[in-house]
Ligand binder design. Structure first.
Ligand code: UTP
Length: 292
């Protein structure tokens, strides 16, 4: 069954990028000239996803404004002959069928995904974490790489990468067995493992495909690490019962919920940018000389 629906949880408090995120959602932090969430929606669309539900919260209406029409601006651009820009901003509003639901309290990623229950219905669906931008070759969107594994094995899929021992205790840790190139069977997982509970250095990073059964599991999952309803806890139940697969995806992830990640994204995307890349690379070369 083709995956046509995606959920983008974007309702977190973003405390690691305060004070900016007091009034600018981390999902709206710009990478050159587009907000982070634009890249995420683009990735989903490239993978053939047509319907997207963005989970928002208080103070995040700029996400809705971004994907909405802006008649006054559109008219001004047309009147002043800026047709290329006009087409660009209209294209943003036509990327996909985008809907929104508000998570009333930030009770965790699992709780945010549960808010998508009626949107999803009974189909498998993609989850793209709203603060994880992943750059990959245009014909290999990361969520598409996961969809391929879903088609082949018919099980929920997590996107995974190896991380450092310092990082794994802040992320999740997976028990895996190799199946084929870059694809693994996932038999167990733990969120924010204590050092003696680390299963491997493979962690879920930013993307998954889930069967609709995850909703009933989430409904009976108690709060986990940090007192939040953890999506990982529900996926662990799936991994232990029906099994899940993991894809060590091709792509570079930038954590927009972390100050260093924001800077890495801006520098690397900026350096490859068709319009300003050349000038920016020249600036970087000069700047690097001053670092000693
Ligand atoms: P994070 O755990 O990185 O988000 O969740 P956070 O709670 O904003 O993080 P801090 O405060 O910096 O530690 C990953 C994704 O899940 C969303 C976030 O917006 C982010 O895109 N999320 C998280 C929700 O939608 N709701 C929540 O209750 C928690």
């Amino acid at each position: 069954m083709n995956v046509t629906k995606a959920v983008i949880p974007a309702a977190g408090l973003g405390t690691r990028v305060l004070p900016a995120t007091k009034s600018v959602p981390k999902e709206m932090l710009p990478i050159v000239d587009r907000p982070a969430i634009h890249y995420i929606v683009e990735e989903a669309v490239r993978a053939g996803i047509t319907d997207i539900l963005i989970i928002t919260s208080r103070g995040k209406s700029s996400v809705e404004d971004y994907f909405d029409r802006a008649p006054e601006l559109e008219e001004r651009l047309l009147r002043s002959g800026k047709e290329a820009l006009y087409r660009q901003i209209i294209a943003v509003t036509q990327m996909a069928n985008i809907q929104y639901v508000r998570q009333q309290e930030a009770k965790g990623l699992g709780h945010a995904v549960l808010c998508a229950k009626s949107f999803v219905g009974s189909e498998p669906f993609a989850v793209l974490y709203g603060d994880d931008v992943i750059v990959s070759p245009p014909d290999k969107p990361v969520i598409g790489q996961l969809c391929e594994a879903y088609d082949r094995y018919g099980l929920g899929v997590v996107g995974m990468k190896e991380v450092t021992p310092e990082q794994i205790v802040k992320y999740s840790s997976l028990a895996v067995e190799p199946l084929e190139d870059r694809v693994y069977k996932v038999t167990d997982m733990v969120e924010k493992p204590a050092p003696d509970k680390i299963l491997s250095l493979y962690s879920i990073l930013g993307r998954c495909i889930l069967p609709a059964e995850v909703f009933s599991i989430l409904e009976s999952t108690p709060p986990g690490a940090g007192g939040e309803l953890q999506l990982t806890d529900a996926m662990r139940a799936l991994a232990r019962t029906q099994g899940m697969t993991g894809v060590d995806y091709i792509g570079k992830r930038y954590d927009m919920g972390n100050k260093l990640g924001v800077l890495e994204a801006i520098v690397e995307v900026g350096a490859a940018h068709p319009e300003i890349g050349e000038g920016f690379r020249a600036y970087l070369r000069e700047f690097c000389r001053t670092l000693g």
